[in-house]
Design a protein around this ligand. Structure first.
Ligand SMILES: [Fe+2]
Length: 155
């Protein structure tokens, strides 16, 4: 729930100059939760465009780190398949918008490589978890936890 905290308007001023996710990790570290940083900093899908980074990251990351990144590729507001999630990103960031953003430089080949790396991540996490991708579910407590965080955050 905290991996995207640096996207919140009230947090953005505190993370100026840091990349997405690094900002979240830094913000949490300054509040005594530095141990969450490694699991958060590797989640942005844009990192999957870097083959060397990905190969080192997937070989050296803890299960928690891999799970946070995989969860980011399965959940928007709701749990969805990776194909749905990637389609959602494509819809929200069409070529005209991407031209203004780092992903705008992605070629079709890079998009395909990112997809294959996401599939490798999915396979690794599902292997570690002993489940298939279609068996991924939100646990019963998550709805209550999200509601509690939302209620507290808006106070
Ligand atoms: Fe994110």
């Amino acid at each position: 729930m905290l991996h995207d905290v640096d996207k919140l308007d009230r947090v953005k001023p505190d993370v100026n100059g840091l990349t997405h996710a690094q900002g979240s990790a830094d913000w949490l570290a300054r509040r005594g939760y530095a141990e969450l940083g490694p699991a958060i900093s590797g989640h942005p899908v844009t990192l999957l465009a870097d083959r060397a980074w990905f190969e080192t990251w997937i070989a050296s990351s803890t299960p928690e780190t891999l799970i946070v990144s995989y969860a980011d590729k399965r959940a928007g507001q709701r749990l969805e398949s990776m194909a749905q999630r990637f389609a959602s990103w494509e819809h929200r960031y069409p070529p005209a918008v991407r031209a203004e953003r780092p992903r705008g430089s992605w070629t079709a080949d890079t998009v395909e490589q990112v997809w294959h790396r996401a599939e490798e991540l999915e396979s690794r996490v599902c292997e570690l978890s002993g489940i298939r991708p279609d068996e991924v579910r939100r646990l019963e407590w998550t709805g209550r936890a999200i509601a509690a965080v939302a209620a507290g955050w808006h106070r």
